[in-house]
Design a protein around this ligand. Structure first.
Ligand code: PLP
Length: 390
């Protein structure tokens, strides 16, 4: 039976693409060896992994020795940050307060356990780290081995930064540049041969691949130690037997994403605009977070709804009405806490924030339905054609 629910939370995770699922099933059922074994079954498993690596490297214009498979974006980011301090001698990290918790908490850990200074850049009203402040901070860092870590797409508000611009500033000052690209891989193009970027991270479940598999890009010039010891997989950078079906699925998802990149992004942009225009029409006073005219991800729309008698339970009521969206708070293991991202943005007191995020499969009819439901739930005059009843 087809679900009548409308899922608009694709920044949290995406469903598996059917072709990815089919390939993973095939790999799981036919590849039984351990890729580290030297016999025929092991070699076959190794081939699946190395072919997957080739696909991913070709997509990113990286060399084969620069991409390492991990279990998720969190692991990739932690490995890079911890490795940079522990193994590369980084003594200063410049970042932003709007990073994902896997960056912020890793930085917190590093600043307590290692002799490293962590500096948080100011952000503008769109949520972009201020470039001038970065330049000034880097100028002050001359003589100290420095890493800059800035996300490419903010997962809560969709604001983006141009990696070439920020990366060039870092390299001009002799600093390393890492970007948490978990929300951008599969949606943005990369040419890592020419981009001033030293480290990236990706996670398959954000681009219609499986959950529990990711990768990190580490420029050839750098060698870091693994987080876990006991195996020499991934050229000693990531111990543990590889998730073969997951890796194959991630490569397939990458291939599908990049063979259809423009159409997918255009479609999501159209859905985003349709929703925004509709909401603006029916909800006076609605504002958009990260409303930069150019630097935004087409898959994310974060809006603030003025406080009203029924806005307090808006997300829950949306859920009851059949719409899955996400709130202005970070939700980890089912526990809600105030959003560290939104707290840095100019949002009216009492406003309720809702993040909608779109997929390549989101339809105009779904968007129109969500507009009707939102209009109704926020107690503003519903469109006359609305047939929605609570
Ligand atoms: N970084 C960003 C920007 C994210 O949005 C997420 C997941 O929401 C992560 C990192 C963590 O990725 P994973 O779920 O693969 O650990």
């Amino acid at each position: 039976m087809k679900s009548t629910r409308i899922y608009l939370d694709y920044a949290a995770t995406t469903p598996l693409h059917p072709e990815v699922g089919a390939l993973m099933h095939e790999v799981s059922m036919t590849i039984g060896g351990n890729p580290s074994s030297i016999h025929a079954e092991g070699r076959l498993a190794r081939t699946v992994i190395e072919e997957s690596r080739k696909t991913i490297c070709k997509t990113l214009q990286a060399s084969l020795s620069e991409v390492f498979f991990t279990s998720c974006g969190t692991e990739s980011n932690n490995t890079i940050l911890i490795g940079a301090v522990r193994d590369l001698g980084v003594r200063k990290i410049i970042s932003s307060p709007l990073e994902h918790h896997c960056i912020l908490h890793a930085l917190d850990y590093l600043s307590k356990q290692y002799p490293v200074e962590v500096v948080s850049l100011p952000v503008d009203a769109f949520g972009q780290p201020e470039l001038e402040a970065l330049q000034e901070e880097l100028a002050r860092s001359e003589g100290t081995k420095t890493l800059v870590s800035l996300m490419q797409v903010n997962n809560e508000i969709g604001t983006t930064i141009d990696l070439r611009t920020y990366g060039q500033v870092c390299h001009d000052h002799g600093a390393l540049f890492h970007s948490d690209t978990v929300q951008a891989i599969g949606f943005a193009s990369y040419d890592l041969q020419s981009m001033p970027v030293d480290f990236l991270s990706g996670s398959a479940h954000k681009f219609y691949g499986p959950k529990g598999v990711g990768f990190m890009y580490i420029r050839n010039d750098y060698v870091i130690q693994p987080l876990l010891y006991g195996g020499s997989q991934e050229r000693n950078m990531r111990s543990g037997t590889e998730n073969i079906a997951g890796i194959a699925g991630m490569a397939k998802a990458m291939e599908l994403a990049y063979s259809d990149l423009v159409r997918r992004n255009d479609h999501m942009r159209e859905m985003r605009t349709r929703l925004l225009e509709g909401l603006k029409l029916h909800i006076p006073g609605l504002t958009v977070n990260g409303a930069h005219p150019e630097c935004f991800s087409p898959k994310i729309l974060s809006v603030n709804i003025p406080a009203g008698p029924r806005t307090e339970l808006l997300l829950m009521n949306l859920d009851i009405a059949g719409v899955s969206a996400s709130g202005g708070s970070a939700c980890s293991s089912g526990v809600e806490s105030a959003s560290h991202v939104l707290s840095h943005l100019p949002i009216r007191e009492g406003d309720k924030t809702v993040r909608f995020s779109f997929s390549t499969q989101t339809t105009g009819e779904e968007i129109d339905r969500v507009i009707q439901i939102m209009a109704s739930l926020t107690h503003v005059t519903s469109p006359s054609s609305s047939t929605y009843t609570e």
